[in-house]
Design a protein around this ligand. Sequence first.
Ligand code: NAI
Length: 336
Amino acid sequence: MSHTITLIPGDGIGPEVSEATKRVLEAAGVKIEWETHNAGAAVAEKRGTTLPPEVLESVRRNKVALKGPIGTPIGKGFKSVNVTLRQELDLYANVRPIRSLPGVEPRFEGTDMVIVRENTEDLYAGLELMIMPGIAQSIKLITERGCLRICEYAFEYAKRMGRSRVTAVHKANIMKLSDGLLLEVFRRVAMRYPAIEPVEVIVDACAMMMVRNANKLDVIVTENLYGDILSDLGAGLVGGLGIVPGANIGALSAVFEAVHGSAPDIAGKGVANPTALVQSAVMMLRHIGEMSAAQRIEDAVTTIYRTSDVRTGDVGGNATTNEFTDALCRLIATSA
Ligand code: NAI
């Protein structure tokens, strides 16, 4: 069966890791017709918008996209294309498995947690203004509907994946109404899942817990900003941003992308680690029902890290993106 999937290569290292991931999927024999669309600053120069309408139309039509990172100017300039995409497509659940790979030195052996981040609300709602010179305001928007669907997603995910605990990460001691709403909804949803242990942790304590004893955490459900920060922290625990995948899930479509950004410091040098996007593609394959190809790629990733020193610089090797991808593709081809 052939799948039509939208590909947004992104910018910075995006095109390099996207190309590598396409090759890996091809090596696994998955038949994909890619609809490739660009977005971001370079597109805006030609089209006057960072996110042309055909990009959204393509994802809506195909229901699945693989996406490279897209850079966002800091402190000025256009709104993040990544955030706009998530909001426009209502991709409310950002799922980020934080799992160590064999042969990549983790902070703790066997780290295996999943961050389920609310992806459309919170301080990312884009409600920001200068009240007067010298006074800026950002509005943190939290809705009952947003809390309900993300908590339900987290508990359903835990149930489906055979996980035993869901931890709500919040700051309701300070933000009593907004984060308090998340907690109230979390407790309500938890009652419907008696087999899953509900835990509540304040975000600062969670950060400490992650660096002291990450194995205490299983599934985390949290708001947009806390989830963003904690997932980079999680990536740091298991070997860095080069390996941690992610999925943005909505009711009608899903966009799969790594946790990392466009890494301008290494863009164009051919040294980016494609593992994070490859692992995001594995999540995508499972989403579209290509279970055996997903397993073959996942096994090959595990094998390459366990048995060889072919790896990129961010995880202690000296292979280029292409050398690592070649080795991974060979392994997948021989596992057929
Ligand atoms: P970043 O994730 O791009 O880079 C942080 C550090 O990790 C850098 O040293 C980079 O070289 C390294 N790194 C990241 N991915 C790597 C990979 N695959 N292989 C090897 N090393 C890797 O974060 P940063 O620098 O904060 O953001 C850069 C740009 O990316 C910003 O414009 C930001 O807005 C954007 N961004 C985009 C995201 C997306 O498209 N979903 C997510 C996060 C950031």
